[in-house]
Design a protein around this ligand. Structure first.
Ligand SMILES: [Zn+2]
Length: 162
C-alpha cells in the first residue's frame, strides 16, 4: 500500500456520512468540502455545501454557487485550513463521475480529491465500500483510485505507520 494521500479518523467519517444522509434524506444529493490543516494530510473538518450556499441542494444535484467560496475562504483563513477534497452523494450504487462531476471540479487544483458516496449515504457506510475515489490531475482529467489503493484512509484505531 502507498502512503495515504488523505486520511480521516473514523468518528469524523461517521459524522460526515450522517450529515450527508440527514441533508439528502434519501431524496436528493448532498455534499461537503473536506478540510485539513496547513500541509497536513488529515481531514479535521468538513463543511456541508448548504451551510455555505443555502440553495446548493435545491435542484436535487449539488450545485455550489461561487458566492459560497467567500464564507469558505474566511473559515479557512481564520482556522488555518485548506480544502483538500470534496464529497457528494449519488442516488444509486453508481459512483462514477457524471459529466458535471468531471467538468466542474469544485477546486481547480491538481491533487484535489473527490469522493462519491452511493445511495444518498443511506446505507451503512462504515468503510469506503462502493465509494468512488478520484484525484484531479488538472485540465478536467481525473485519476480513478480503488478503495484498496490506500490513497484515502479511514483510521479506526491508533496504529503505527499511518
Ligand atoms: Zn456526481
Amino acid at each position: 500500500m502507498r502512503k495515504a494521500k488523505l486520511k480521516i479518523k473514523y468518528p469524523l467519517w461517521e459524522q460526515l456520512i450522517a450529515e450527508l444522509r440527514g441533508r439528502g434524506h434519501g431524496k436528493r444529493e448532498s455534499g461537503a468540502l473536506l478540510l485539513a490543516k496547513g500541509q497536513e494530510n488529515e481531514i479535521v473538518r468538513f463543511i456541508c455545501y448548504d451551510d455555505l450556499d443555502p440553495h446548493a441542494f435545491d435542484t436535487g444535484i449539488v450545485r455550489f454557487d461561487t458566492s459560497g467560496f467567500i464564507p469558505l475562504w474566511k473559515i479557512c483563513q481564520a482556522e488555518g485550513l485548506q480544502v483538500v477534497a470534496d464529497v457528494h452523494t449519488h442516488p444509486s450504487g453508481w459512483t462514477g463521475q457524471s459529466s458535471s462531476d468531471t467538468y466542474h471540479p469544485i477546486i481547480h487544483q491538481a491533487g484535489h480529491m473527490a469522493l462519491i458516496v452511493p445511495h444518498f449515504a443511506m446505507k451503512n457506510q462504515k468503510t469506503l465500500r462502493g465509494v468512488g475515489i478520484y484525484e484531479y490531475l488538472g485540465a478536467y482529467q481525473w485519476k480513478t483510485w480503488t478503495r484498496y489503493s490506500g490513497i484515502f484512509k479511514i483510521i479506526r484505531y491508533a496504529k503505527r505507520n499511518q
